[in-house]
Design a binder for this molecule. Structure first.
Ligand code: PMP
Length: 439
C-alpha cells in the first residue's frame, strides 16, 4: 500500500492534538490488521497501545465487520421513547453474563465520557429516590481520568483536563493518588500505602459523609500511566463507602474486558463496586459505545420512586444509546473474547509481557516501571520541561515502528491480547533501542 496523498488538513480540528505541530510532521494511520498499523506510505507500525486500549482482540476482526454490515443492512437505527431494538436486550444479557455478580442492569451510552456522566446522574437519582437528595458531592482521586464531559471534567484529577474549565464544574473533593517513591519498580500491586484510602475517611469527617453521593476511581489509574492500587486499598475504600452510605463507582473504561487478566478489575481485585463504567473494548474499539452497569437494587429504587407516573424513571439517555449497530459490534466482540478465551490469554501473556517491561529497568531514560495484567507504565526521567521527554519518546518510538501513548513523561504500553510472545519481544526491542539511546 502506498497512499501518498497529502490531505488538505485545514478543516479537521483534531482532538487531544497540537494541531499546528501535527501539520508540520503528520503521523497518520491508513490501515490496521492484527497488532499492526500501516502509515499512508505503507510503513509498518506495531500497536503497543491497542489503539487507545480499545482493540483487545486486535484490529480488523472480520467477525465484527460482518456483524456490523449485517446489522446496518437490517436495522440501521432505532429510537427510544418507548421503542427499542431486540439486539440491545441480547447485548445487555450477554454483557451481564461476564459482569461481576449482581451488577447486571446495563444502561448504554456512546463514549466513556458519557458513561461517567451517566453514572454520576444515576448516583444522584438513586440518592434522591431513597430520601437522600442532599448527597450531591462527589469524591475522586488526584491523577484520575474520567473523560471530558462536565461531570468527568469535574472528577478529573489530571489537572490539565480541568485547568481551563473552572467555573463550570461540579462539587468534587479529591483524595491523593496512590503512587509513592517507595513503590518504584514494583511489579503488580504494591505492598505498602493502602492507608491512603483513609483520605476518604478524612473527607467524610470534614464535609459530612452524608453529603457525598459517590466515590469514583479507576481501579488501576490508566491515563496517568498505570498506577496499580496498593494491596488492601480498594477494600478500604469499599468499607468506608459502606460505613457512610456512599456509592462506589469503578471507572473500568480501560481496565474492563480482560486488561487485568479478568473480565473486570473488580473481579481481579475481588472488590465489588455499586456501579461500573465501561467503553473502549466493549466493541473492541470498532464502533463508539459505552455502558454503565449497576445492581437490581439501585435500579429498583429509582423505578419505585418514579411511582406510576407515565414518564421515564430516569430522564436521561442519548440519541445513540443502545445503537443497534454498536450492539451488534459488541455482541461480536464478546463472542470473540469467549471463543478465543482472550481474558485467559491476557492472564497467561501477562508474565511474558511484564518480564519485557521490567527488563527496561536499567535504561538511561527510565525512572520507574509499573505493571499489572496487560497494562504498564514506563516513567521517563524528566526532560527540559514537563511532558517534553514523553513527547520525544512517543515520536521517536513511532519513527522506529512502535505506536504507544505518552502521558506527561510516562509511556503507557498495553498491547492487544492476541499479540504473540514474538510481537511483545519486537515491541520491547524498539523500546530498548529508543529509551537506551541519547535523546
Ligand atoms: N474514563 C476512563 C478511565 C478513561 O480511560 C477514558 C478514556 N481514556 C474515559 C473515561 C473517557 O472515555 P472516552 O474518551 O470514550 O469519552
Amino acid at each position: 500500500m502506498n497512499v501518498s496523498v497529502k490531505p488538505n488538513m485545514t478543516n479537521h480540528w483534531m482532538p487531544f492534538t497540537n494541531n499546528r505541530l501535527f501539520h508540520e510532521e503528520p503521523q497518520m494511520f491508513a490501515k490496521a490488521e492484527g497488532v499492526k498499523y500501516w502509515t499512508p506510505e505503507g510503513r509498518e507500525i506495531l500497536d503497543g497501545s491497542s489503539g487507545l486500549f480499545c482493540c483487545a482482540a486486535g484490529h480488523g476482526r472480520p467477525e465484527i465487520a460482518d456483524a456490523v454490515y449485517k446489522q446496518l443492512s437490517t436495522l440501521d437505527y432505532s429510537p427510544h421513547f418507548q421503542r427499542a431494538a431486540p439486539v440491545s436486550f441480547e447485548f445487555a444479557e450477554k454483557l451481564a453474563g461476564i459482569l461481576p455478580d449482581g451488577l447486571d442492569r446495563v444502561f448504554f451510552a456512546g463514549s466513556g465520557s458519557e458513561a461517567v456522566d451517566t453514572a454520576m446522574k444515576m448516583c444522584l437519582a438513586y440518592h434522591r429516590a431513597t430520601g437522600n437528595a442532599q448527597r450531591t458531592r462527589f469524591v475522586s482521586r488526584a491523577w484520575g481520568y474520567h473523560g471530558v464531559n462536565l461531570g468527568g471534567t469535574s472528577l478529573a484529577g489530571m489537572v490539565n483536563n480541568r485547568r481551563d474549565f473552572s467555573g463550570i464544574t461540579c462539587d468534587v473533593v479529591h483524595m491523593r493518588h496512590t503512587w509513592t517513591e517507595e513503590q518504584k519498580f514494583t511489579r503488580g500491586q504494591p505492598e505498602t500505602d493502602a492507608d491512603l484510602a483513609n483520605d476518604l475517611e478524612e473527607i467524610c469527617k470534614t464535609y459530612g459523609g452524608d453529603t457525598i453521593a459517590a466515590v469514583f476511581v479507576e481501579p488501576i489509574a490508566g491515563s496517568i500511566g498505570t498506577i496499580v492500587p496498593p494491596k488492601g486499598y480498594l477494600e478500604k475504600l469499599r468499607a468506608i463507602c459502606d460505613k457512610y452510605g456512599i456509592l462506589l463507582v469503578f471507572d473500568e473504561v480501560i481496565t474492563g474486558f480482560g486488561r487485568t487478566g479478568s473480565a473486570f478489575a473488580s473481579q481481579a481485585f475481588a472488590v465489588k463496586p455499586d456501579l461500573i463504567t465501561m467503553a473502549k473494548a466493549l466493541t473492541n474499539g470498532a464502533i463508539p459505545m459505552s455502558a454503565v452497569a449497576t445492581s437490581a437494587e439501585i435500579q429498583a429504587a429509582v423505578f419505585e420512586a418514579a411511582g406510576d407516573a407515565d414518564r421515564p424513571e430516569f430522564f436521561h439517555g442519548y440519541t445513540y444509546s443502545a445503537h443497534p449497530v454498536a450492539c451488534a459490534a459488541g455482541i461480536a466482540a464478546l463472542d470473540i473474547y469467549a471463543k478465543d478465551k482472550l481474558f485467559e490469554r491476557a492472564n497467561e501473556l501477562s508474565s511474558h509481557f511484564l518480564d519485557g517491561v521490567f527488563g527496561l529497568r536499567n535504561l538511561p531514560h527510565v525512572s520507574d516501571l509499573r505493571g499489572y495484567g496487560m497494562m504498564s507504565g514506563i516513567q521517563l526521567t524528566p526532560g527540559d520541561a514537563p511532558g517534553a521527554k514523553g513527547s520525544w519518546a512517543q515520536r521517536a518510538l513511532f519513527d522506529e515502528g512502535l505506536h504507544v501513548k505518552a502521558t506527561g513523561d510516562a509511556i503507557i504500553f498495553a498491547p492487544a491480547f492476541v499479540s504473540t510472545e514474538q510481537d511483545i519481544d519486537d515491541m520491547v526491542a524498539i523500546l530498548q533501542k529508543v529509551l537506551g539511546a541519547p535523546m
